[in-house]
Write a protein that binds this ligand. Structure first.
Ligand code: 5GP
Length: 120
């Protein structure tokens, strides 16, 4: 696959406001925040979409949620609440094809997260 800008952030080829890193993942501030706190937690392994996950990736993806939990606790919004969400492909609103967990917090978040009026 071609390298995305998230691989460039992992490799420090482009700057990002990195708030957490370990052997498996990196967390940094979203450049266009949709909430007072908006972090992206990404695996260092460049998995393209949720559809491209392999069985051997299950623990890695669980780790992203574990880091989200830790960040929520450390940053003080665990009890108020937050949203951890991953978009997939066009209809899911994915724009960077290296999976990432959005961690949004700091205000009551609307639901549903879309603004169209389509009846299901
Ligand atoms: P997606 O739409 O794929 O679910 O989320 C991609 C996210 O990456 C968006 O929220 C977008 O604001 C963020 N983003 C895109 N380019 C950059 C960048 O260069 N730096 C950072 N920190 N975030 C980015």
């Amino acid at each position: 696959m071609s390298e995305t800008l998230f691989t460039k952030i992992i490799n420090r080829e482009i700057p990002a406001d990195i708030v957490y890193e370990d052997e498996q993942c990196l967390a940094f501030k979203d450049i266009q925040p949709q909430a007072p706190t908006h972090l992206l937690i990404i695996p260092k392994k460049p998995i393209v979409t949720i559809n491209d996950m392999e069985a051997s990736d299950k623990e890695l993806i669980g780790h992203l949620f574990w880091v989200a939990k830790q960040m929520a606790s450390e940053m003080g919004f665990a009890s108020d609440g937050y949203r951890a969400v991953m978009n997939c492909n066009e209809h899911g609103g994915q724009s960077v094809y290296h999976i990432h967990l959005h961690l949004l917090a700091g205000k009551p978040l609307g639901w549903p997260p879309y603004t169209d009026t389509l009846k299901v």
